[in-house]
Design a protein around this ligand. Structure first.
Ligand SMILES: [Mg+2]
Length: 297
């Protein structure tokens, strides 16, 4: 457990003129598909008993975590959303699949801001609730699966070059909802951990909190940038009143090339904010739908 994560973020001192927060999964590394499809989803089906509706469970899991506005959301929020959507599906009702009652998980998510295994282990020990324990088993097994499967996936093209260029004028930090141990393993494996001042994962709180404690008020708002591939990254930036650069899902190479060739220079020159940023965000927002195609409203 990381003691006092907000204090660690709060104590980071500006050394450069600019600050850039960088998301990891799906932004720096092409790891979203393999993690969600090969690790999270099979364990979701196994632990929550969706064997008889595995096709729909998979489709729903992938929609929530990869192909909609909730892409990149914390795993426990994703679990709640996926089971909620699944419970409404006609195919699931017709097959009499049992839908677990996640009330206790919903309650925990509502009151806990560091949504990760350390906090859940502590909570599971206090409440002795079967669904909390099941959720913890699932989450622990997912981490094991990721550790065994997800390696040898280098950063997207133009990430390394961009890190070199960013670091000249900016303090860099990883802003992620992945567990810190997985982030460290991935950033160290590819020799890029030395570029960042800190690797902040889910144990440090939400992405909004990462930016708030690490950067807000220490640099001017227009000198703070968040780079990410999901609406949650955009939200973390905008709720802090700072700038956002989108890595478009499915078009990551192009987004990083543009960042390296053009957008970073604009950010450093003070001409990123306004029309240029707005156009990038509008384009980004068109990539991911809000509601699934199977839902007829
Ligand atoms: Mg991401």
């Amino acid at each position: 457990m990381i003691e006092n994560p907000h204090k660690i973020l709060d104590e980071l001192k500006p050394e450069k003129e600019f600050f850039i927060g960088i998301d990891s999964d799906g932004c720096v590394f092409d790891t979203m598909e393999i993690k969600q499809k090969e690790c999270f989803c099979p364990q979701f089906i196994k632990h929550f008993g969706f064997q008889r509706v595995s096709k729909y469970a998979r489709e729903t899991w992938e929609f929530v975590n990869l192909y909609s506005k909730t892409r990149g959301v914390n795993r426990f929020n994703a679990l709640i959303r996926a089971i909620d959507l699944l419970s409404e599906r006609e195919e699931v009702k017709l097959r009499n699949a049992k839908i677990p009652d996640l009330t206790s998980v919903i309650d925990w998510v509502a009151k806990e801001s560091k949504l990760g295994n350390p906090a859940l282990i502590k909570y599971a020990g206090e409440v002795n609730d079967p669904i909390i324990s099941k959720t913890l088993d699932w989450s622990i097994e997912v981490n094991k699966e990721i550790e065994g499967l997800v390696f040898d996936i280098p950063p997207f093209p133009f990430v390394n070059e961009s890190l070199v260029k960013m670091k000249i004028k900016a303090d860099l930090m990883v802003v992620s909802q992945t567990p810190v141990e997985a982030l460290k393993r991935e950033w160290e494996e590819h020799n890029i951990s030395g570029f960042v001042k800190l690797i902040a994962g889910q144990e440090y709180g939400t992405k909004t909190e990462h930016l708030k404690y690490a950067a807000k008020g220490k640099y001017p708002d227009n000198k703070i940038l968040m780079i990410g591939d999901a609406p949650g990254d955009l939200k973390a930036a905008k709720s802090n009143g700072v700038l956002f650069y989108p890595i478009n899902p499915g078009h990551e190479d192009k987004s990083w090339k543009k960042f390296y060739d053009e957008a970073l220079d604009k950010f450093f020159a003070g001409s990123y904010e306004g029309e240029y940023e707005n156009n990038l965000i509008s384009e980004f927002e068109n990539y991911l739908p809000e509601n699934p195609s199977w839902k007829v409203d």
